[in-house]
Write a protein that binds this ligand. Structure first.
Ligand code: S3P
Length: 177
């Protein structure tokens, strides 16, 4: 097997709670790549949490920051980039994702997502009276967007981050040869 590490950046997309940051960190460590996370970059630039950015400046401001962040990341190499769950809702971002690297959709079933996101209250879009229904609606809206943006799909349902990282590596091996 010749595969040592990817020949391009690896970009993780997918719904909230699918393990993009944890899996991304593990992949970056294994390959000696840099780990970058669009939410963290935006948080650092604004000096506020994502929840505060939504409540003080509004969602459209946050979405503009996502686009600006992706644009700046085009200069990066040897990086694993985790993106916010809503990155695919702007077509201009989808164009950038393809230029940035190999795009991997980490998908998970609704039960796994609900279980994972209910552990913290940092996700403004899920601060609704019925988060389960909100998740179901967003999954329906976004599923086709993730699918069409992805070079590779990896199901993370019920798996540990380590197991998901192994699946990503196997998947990359199959497309990279
Ligand atoms: C969002 C997902 C979040 C964060 C913001 C909006 C979304 O990132 O970018 O709360 O629209 O799905 P995670 O997917 O890392 O939770």
């Amino acid at each position: 097997m010749n595969f040592v590490y990817p020949d391009r950046n690896v970009v993780l997309i997918g719904f909230m709670g699918t393990g993009k940051s944890s899996v991304g960190r593990e992949l970056a460590r294994r390959w000696g790549f840099r780990f970058l996370d669009t939410d963290s970059i935006i948080r650092n630039q604004c000096g506020k949490s994502i929840a505060e950015i939504f409540s003080v400046f509004g969602e459209p401001f946050f979405r503009d920051q996502e686009f600006a962040t992706l644009t700046n990341l085009l200069q990066c190499h040897r990086s694993v980039i985790a993106t916010g769950g809503g990155i695919v809702i702007q077509p201009r971002n989808v164009d950038l994702l393809g230029k940035l690297g190999t795009t991997i959709w980490l998908k998970a079933d609704q039960t796994t997502i609900l279980e994972r996101v209910s552990r913290n209250k940092n996700r403004p879009l899920l601060q609704t009276t019925d988060p389960e229904t909100t998740i179901a609606r967003l999954l329906i809206e976004r599923g086709p967007l993730y699918e069409s943006a992805a070079d590779l799909v990896v199901d993370s349902s019920g798996l540990s981050h380590h197991e998901v990282a192994e699946k990503v590596i196997a998947g990359l091996q199959s497309i990279q040869g």
